[in-house]
Design a binder for this molecule. Structure first.
Ligand code: HEC
Length: 122
């Protein structure tokens, strides 16, 4: 009986490892576009506004101040460069899914401009 429990647990662990390996492989296949975040782009209020809408719709329930502590780390825009935020948003990272198939290039860039803006309020 005990052996069977151990065998079952090993099986579960193996499946978990396979699933993890598979999702890492998917992440590796995600190509991050080469983008340039100019000052003009970053300060354009239309981009920031569009990014804010995406933030409220998709990011806030994990990264928002009401979600702390737990689901996702508090973002620290002052420590980031736009390229880093874009990279993480596009490709995902550990507990965060990639957003490349969910949001267009334009939308992902817009959310970067919002996160990096002085309007950003998690
Ligand atoms: C399902 C919950 C969830 C959602 C939704 C989500 N994230 Fe995340 N995000 C995470 C987690 C968890 C991490 C941290 C991964 C790690 O480091 O282990 C993270 C990491 C990040 C990072 C890197 C932070 C750092 O300091 O390294 C950025 C930037 C980010 N998310 C932005 C976004 C944006 C923008 C959106 C909306 C498009 C979003 N996230 C939606 C869970 C989420």
């Amino acid at each position: 009986m005990r052996n069977r429990v151990i065998a079952a647990a090993t099986g579960v662990a193996l499946v978990a490892m396979l699933v993890a390996a598979q999702s890492r492989a998917d992440e590796d296949e995600i190509v991050v576009e080469d983008v340039e975040f100019t000052d003009a782009y970053m300060s354009d209020s239309a981009n920031i506004k569009q990014g804010h809408e995406i933030w409220v719709e998709q990011c806030q329930h994990c990264h928002g101040s009401k979600a702390y502590p737990g689901k996702a780390p508090k973002l620290k825009p002052r420590k980031y460069k736009p390229d880093f935020v874009f990279y993480r948003v596009t490709k995902g990272f550990k507990g965060m899914p990639p957003w490349k198939d969910v949001y267009s290039l334009e939308e992902r860039m817009a959310v970067v401009s919002y996160v990096m803006s002085k309007e950003f309020s998690p």
